[in-house]
Design a protein around this ligand. Structure first.
Ligand code: GCO
Length: 471
């Protein structure tokens, strides 16, 4: 067996990163519209005002997708485009844009996957306290209701929230992302809890309206992996993936899966003694957890890299056949592998660690027991147009071949991975890094919006056509 016969191959995007049309047709402002215009917040002051101009050029993107055989498209809806003040009046012109996107997908045999929240909170709600205000969760429920009622019969696949880890961690922990206001740990946890509540309320209302909907979310966070696979899952790998390190050793302590997926799937916040939020989790109303923990159809994982672990003996003495030692001894000790000078990295300097696309799904599946969707994976490159007018991106092809090879192995080992949605369909606005980083299968010339399918797009087309058989 390799990838299952009905495996879903797709690509992903997010509203603020691609749409532009920031002030058109009655759209309200989001926290990203405000943040990106503040001096010093983004690379060279780049904003998403125009981005890929997908608000006007989405047909070109859908045509390219169709020509490449990409049959699944994950995109997000801009909440303030549809409900400018976050709550109350619905902007029909905003909905009309998404009608065109959804119908355009369906017409081309592409299945739309709607993400409800990929970070563009209506600014009006931010002025009322944003995620620190519990009412935001109920406003989100109303918004979910509008979307589900409107797209019923046309859209079945939904993701509620994309990465609370970034919403709260980067938005309020270090201020790299909108809204950029720093909060205390207690306030961060409260805001986090309201995001969880928003998720639960949304799942409930979507299911109510569309009983056969397929609902998940998108999570990101630390994951450990080892090059060994045919072994029982090492305890050290589980702990390194689901237990926070002391905060002093871990700047990005909010980047973990357990504080999102434990309440949402298991119904309680994790036992995680070193995480600062442990001090506050007891204050949560159990009735909230009952709302937060709704049946889900899949877990979406945004996986870019992980931390390698090796058997301790191997780390000490590379001549010891660590593989055999670990195989014979289930309690073999694993330690973090040291990164060697010049280890492989992407243009954004993120480590290239293909093994995480095997162990990530496996660890998450073993803990939560739900089908896995790779909701984002890909690499940034310094892509450019070559003399021949094409965009050659061998780095991305090499990255994908390695990562997808590992994902295939996960499928072979019966981990129920059901979809792979490449990040991203097109180059786009990479948040505080602006347009400096390119993640797309399709190149965008930001001078005039021209689209050029990169070599990796044609490579991915062939992978899809053979369902990853030769990976
Ligand atoms: C994320 C977001 C995407 C990013 C992508 C590359 O995971 O941070 O979901 O919007 O653009 O991950 O950083």
């Amino acid at each position: 067996m390799s990838f299952p016969k009905n495996f879903m191959w797709g690509a992903a995007s997010a509203s603020y990163q691609i749409e532009g049309g920031a002030r058109e047709d009655g759209k309200g402002l989001s926290i990203w519209d405000a943040f990106s215009h503040q001096p010093g917040k983004t690379f060279n002051g780049h904003t998403g005002d125009v981005a890929c101009d997908s608000y006007h050029r989405f047909e070109e993107d859908l045509d390219l997708m169709q020509s490449l055989g990409i049959r699944h498209y994950r995109f997000s809806i801009s909440w303030p485009r549809v409900i400018p003040e976050g709550i109350g009046d619905v902007n029909q012109k905003g909905l009309a844009y998404y009608d065109k996107v959804v119908d355009g997908c369906l017409k081309r045999g592409i299945e739309p996957w709607i993400t409800l929240y990929h970070w563009d909170l209506p600014l009006a709600l931010y002025y009322k306290g944003g995620w620190l205000n519990r009412e935001t969760a109920y406003a989100f429920e109303e918004y979910a209701k509008v979307i589900a009622s409107h797209f019923k019969g046309r859209v079945r696949r939904f993701m509620t929230i994309n990465e609370p880890q970034c919403i709260i961690g980067l938005g309020h922990g270090n201020g790299f992302h909108a809204p950029g206001t720093l909060l205390s740990e207690k306030e961060m946890f409260l805001s986090w809890h309201h995001v969880m509540l928003a998720h639960g309320l949304a799942v409930r209302v979507i299911r109510d309206i569309i009983p056969d909907s397929i609902i998940g979310l998108a999570s990101t966070g630390a994951l450990a992996y080892t090059e060994q696979k045919d072994i029982p899952t090492p305890k050290d790998l589980v702990e390194a993936s689901f237990l926070s390190l002391p905060k002093e050793q871990n700047e990005g302590w909010y980047f973990n899966h357990q504080w999102f997926l434990d309440p949402v799937v298991l119904g309680y916040y994790p036992e995680d003694p070193e995480n600062p939020w442990t001090a506050f989790k007891g204050e949560v109303d159990p009735a909230d957890l009952a709302i937060i923990c709704q049946p889900l159809d899949f877990i979406g994982l945004n996986i870019y890299n992980g931390s390698e672990m090796v058997p301790a003996q191997l780390e000490k003495d590379p001549s010891v056949p660590g593989k055999t030692a670990a195989k014979e001894n289930e309690s073999a000790k694993y330690v973090f592998a040291e990164k060697y000078p010049g280890y492989p990295r992407t243009a954004l300097k993120w480590p290239i660690t293909p093994g995480v696309l095997y162990w990530g799904p496996r660890l998450i599946y073993e803990r939560y027991g739900l089908p896995i969707v790779i909701a984002e994976n890909g690499q940034s490159c310094n892509d450019r147009i070559f003399l021949d007018g094409k965009v050659h991106d061998p780095d991305r092809i090499d990255f994908l071949a390695r990562y997808l090879g590992q994902l295939k192995k996960a499928c072979e080992d019966d981990i129920p991975v059901i979809a792979y949605l490449h990040w991203a369909l097109t180059d786009n606005y990479e948040w505080h890094s602006g347009y400096d980083d390119r993640f797309g299968l399709i190149y965008i010339d930001y001078r005039d919006g021209t689209r050029i399918a990169k070599d990796s797009a044609f490579w991915y087309r062939d992978v899809i056509a053979e369902n990853g058989e030769s990976l």
